[in-house]
Design a protein around this ligand. Sequence first.
Ligand SMILES: O=C(O)CCC(=O)C(=O)O
Ligand SMILES: [Fe+2]
Length: 349
Amino acid sequence: MIDYTNVSRCVAQLQEFIALHPEANEVRKALAVKLVYQGYFYEEIQTILGVSPSSLQFWKTSYEKYGIDGLRLQDKEAQKVLIKISQKLKLNDLIDLLNGKYLALRIPNYYPVREAKKISQELIEEKTLERYNRAPDVGVQRTGITFFETSCSVEMLKRYYEQAQVSIQALRKTCFPHLSPLDKLRLELQEIWVPGAHIENIHNQTMLVGVGRVFEDNFELPPHQDVFARDISDVGIPPAHPFDNFVTQLSANIYLQTPKSGGELEVWELKPSIPAREAIRDQEYKYEGILDRNSLPSATLKIKPKVGELILFDSGRIHGVRPCQDGPRVSMSMFIGYRSREKPLTYWS
Ligand SMILES: O=C(O)CCC(=O)C(=O)O
Ligand SMILES: [Fe+2]
């Protein structure tokens, strides 16, 4: 245990930490605290590093209380500021999320835990479960063909539309006699969003909405973005209606079973454009949308979902899921599209 009255020991420890090239924000905190120990006045440090005396005081206390970890508390700080936790789905929270005020909206106990566990058991036994055709080397299985997978061929797009309604009904049946968590979400979106909400119909056909997902143990879902515009252009069949007014896409996940360890959802603040994305692609994976973790800073948020919880975030931001152990991790998922306050929300998978 380091003696925080021993100034030179503290300076050495902080210096050692800085030399490890931690996050820019952590370097700034460690440097600021080191300067305090080296006898600089708060006003001088403020001039050098542009940090307020109150932040300085806070970081120094945090360092003395928790050691170097106290300077890494950024995760918890970020969680406080960048995550909204709410008891129910509310219009204003949704608007704030769409406007980027928060990186994630968490609604714990959105779905009753007992039913969630029952449904997750049914899902695990679902015969249609298979890995994504377009990402066969990622250990995540889903119940129905998703739009993202259809770029492989026109044949796949045909199958997608043929199976869409069958898959929607099958998932509803899996939940029976309980209300499907995704049906609950679809209805609530319709109710809170004044222009309403409906299934996306980009090719004038009913799309799939809702998949059950089972995450295999020891596989990460590597960093990626989910962008409908990109999936549509990949498919090669032009949309039946103008698409240019599509502003934000949200991922909505309701968690039904969580692993003993791992399985955290990571969200980065970053939203790279197509060329920037290509430069950081992870060549190890078949799917070209997977990004190389080593080219990224550490994630802005790391969230351990709870059973029954609903989490919404902008799927255009880089995100991923850490490998889980003693799972599986089971969830239900769909995307939500936002065009403007005057237009209905849409949802699909
Ligand atoms: O399962 C999760 O926590 C998020 C998975 C994901 O990539 C998504 O829903 O877009
Ligand atoms: Fe995703």
